[in-house]
Write a protein that binds this ligand. Structure first.
Ligand code: Z5A
Length: 213
């Protein structure tokens, strides 16, 4: 467990529907008496948001993968120390739009850095802290990209080829298979209502475990 509070993360490829799900998660937890602190990665503090801008900026196309993963964890260290750990210590519930599973997916898988290097940085930056619950919105790459293409200009990740996102999806699913107690997969290719009912079941089971525990 993450401390007196609870730490929930939402993951998925671009266009998986994280934004819509985050609203649902927020209101569902609030209705259950746990109004969560909502935050995101990379980001969540002024410095971490500045690092996010560097990570997404096309001026840095071809950024070295070590630079990229170290920037991701630099932002995370700041976010953890300024926002996430203090909130959990106060007993708050924290919901984060992406966290370290995204690093396993995008840098470990997409950029082919491998899981071991990510795990070493995870141990250094987080110590024992892991999410208590992770929801993985799983969607085939083509569907996610189609949905995401309806929006504005793509960022430095969104211009990557399908193969990059296929590797990221494979790495995400490997995380879910390795940690089935923590990572719950939702079929996010289905209509929003159906995605929300899957989400509701996962959240209710988690709430039930916390009431009992
Ligand atoms: N990144 C990284 O590399 N390493 C890390 O460790 C971390 C992050 C933490 C920014 O993340 C980038 O950072 C990300 C990985 C990298 N880049 N990529 N790709 P982000 O989370 O800010 O960006 P994003 O993945 O691009 O988010 P997104 O595209 O906004 O995804 P989304 O929030 O899941 O999508 P959405 O806005 O909710 O939905 C997209 C559209 O689909 C929208 O019009 C919805 O109305 C529609 N939608 C949603 N659900 C459905 C369903 N069920 N049916 C039909 N239509 C739907």
């Amino acid at each position: 467990m993450s401390g007196p509070g609870r730490f929930i993360t939402i993951e998925g490829l671009e266009g998986a529907g994280k934004s819509s799900c985050l609203d649902f998660v927020r209101s569902h937890l609030a209705a259950a008496g746990h109004p969560p602190l909502m935050t995101r990665e990379p980001g969540g503090t002024p410095l971490a948001e500045a690092i996010r801008e560097l990570l997404l900026d096309h001026r840095f196309a071809g950024m070295d993968v070590s630079t990229e993963v170290l920037l991701v964890f630099a932002a995370r260290a700041e976010h953890l120390s300024k926002v996430i750990r203090p909130a959990l210590a106060r007993g708050e519930w924290v919901v984060c739009d992406r966290f370290t599973d995204a690093t396993y997916a995008y840098q470990g898988g997409g950029r082919e850095l491998g899981a071991d290097r990510v795990a070493a940085l995870e141990a250094w930056t987080q110590g024992e802290l892991r999410p208590d619950l992770t929801v993985l919105l799983d969607v085939p790459v083509s569907i996610g990209r189609d949905r995401a293409s309806q929006r504005g200009a793509p960022d430095r990740f969104e211009v990557e080829r399908d193969a990059f996102f296929e590797r990221a999806r494979t790495a995400y699913l490997a995380q879910a298979e390795a940690e089935p107690e923590r990572v719950h997969v939702v079929d996010a290719s289905l209509p929003v209502k159906s995605v929300q009912s899957q989400l509701e079941r996962i959240l209710d089971a988690f709430l039930g475990r916390n009431e009992r525990g």
